[in-house]
Ligand binder design. Structure first.
Ligand SMILES: N[C@@H](CCC(=O)N[C@@H](CS)C(=O)NCC(=O)O)C(=O)O
Length: 234
């Protein structure tokens, strides 16, 4: 059994989809990041960067519980454990690394800042909003080009698609129009129709339908800073 530490965000959704696709048995543990549950000591033992998602595999290969934080690392771990969603040959594996790293280092952080400045920041800063809407659009364009000659990012459906999909899910909130990216649109519709993806969405909606952003959650999520990290560590 895998313990899955989850909240209903795109990064949490990636791992939820992956678990549903692989069929690996798991137990859902919610970590309400708006209330600061990611800062509790037992969670920090598993995820020292105080972020979801994280997992603990209680049936790891060597028999001892194995914890994994960072969504990209978790996707690779689950794909390898299940023997699915990852190409077997070296070239395909390299492409999987390229596109999962592209998502965790590019699409995720840029779309995340896009959400932040457009929807969560207490003041509207036009330059910041424009900067991240433009960069998100550029990344959609990169994905669109990649998908022009392929059904999915690596050809076959894989963890590269699972990594990117939840970050495209909110395209409207990111100031993007999928009609500008026809290959992304086709890809998005194909993934949205997958039963595992639907199950993952239903589970997320059952946990938390409305995003909970208020002054208190803003203080928890956006007021951490180095001083708080140091205080926690001591
Ligand atoms: N690079 C990390 C990012 C994870 C992340 O940003 N998680 C957010 C939710 S999507 C979180 O837990 N935030 C809580 C916090 O910052 O305190 C990953 O890919 O796993």
């Amino acid at each position: 059994m895998i313990d899955f530490f989850f909240w209903t965000t795109p990064n949490g959704q990636k791992v939820m989809i992956c678990l549903e696709e692989t069929g690996l048995p798991y137990r859902l543990n919610t970590v309400n990041i708006s209330k600061g549950e990611q800062l509790q000591a037992d969670f920090l033992e598993i995820s020292p960067n105080n972020k979801i998602p994280a997992i603990r595999d209680n049936d790891s290969a060597d028999g001892a519980p194995l914890t994994v934080f960072e969504s990209g690392a978790i996707l690779f771990y689950l794909a390898e454990k299940s023997g699915t969603l990852l190409p077997l040959k070296a070239r395909g594996r390299v492409a999987a690394m390229e596109w999962v790293f592209w998502q965790v280092g590019g699409l995720g952080p840029m779309a995340g800042q896009n959400h932040h400045f457009a929807h969560y920041a207490p003041e509207k800063i036009p330059y910041a909003i424009q900067r991240y809407v433009t960069e998100t659009g550029r990344l959609y364009g990169v994905l669109d080009k990649r998908l022009a000659a392929r059904e999915f990012i690596l050809g076959e459906y894989s963890i590269a698609d699972i990594a990117a999909y939840p970050w495209v899910f909110d395209y409207g909130r990111q100031g993007q129009d999928l009609d500008d990216f026809p290959n992304v649109k086709r890809w998005f519709q194909a993934i949205s129709a997958r039963p595992a993806v639907r199950r993952a969405r239903e589970q997320a909606d059952a946990v938390n339908i409305a995003p909970n952003v208020n002054d208190q959650s803003r203080a928890v999520l956006f007021g951490q800073g180095a001083a708080r990290s140091a205080a926690r560590a001591s």
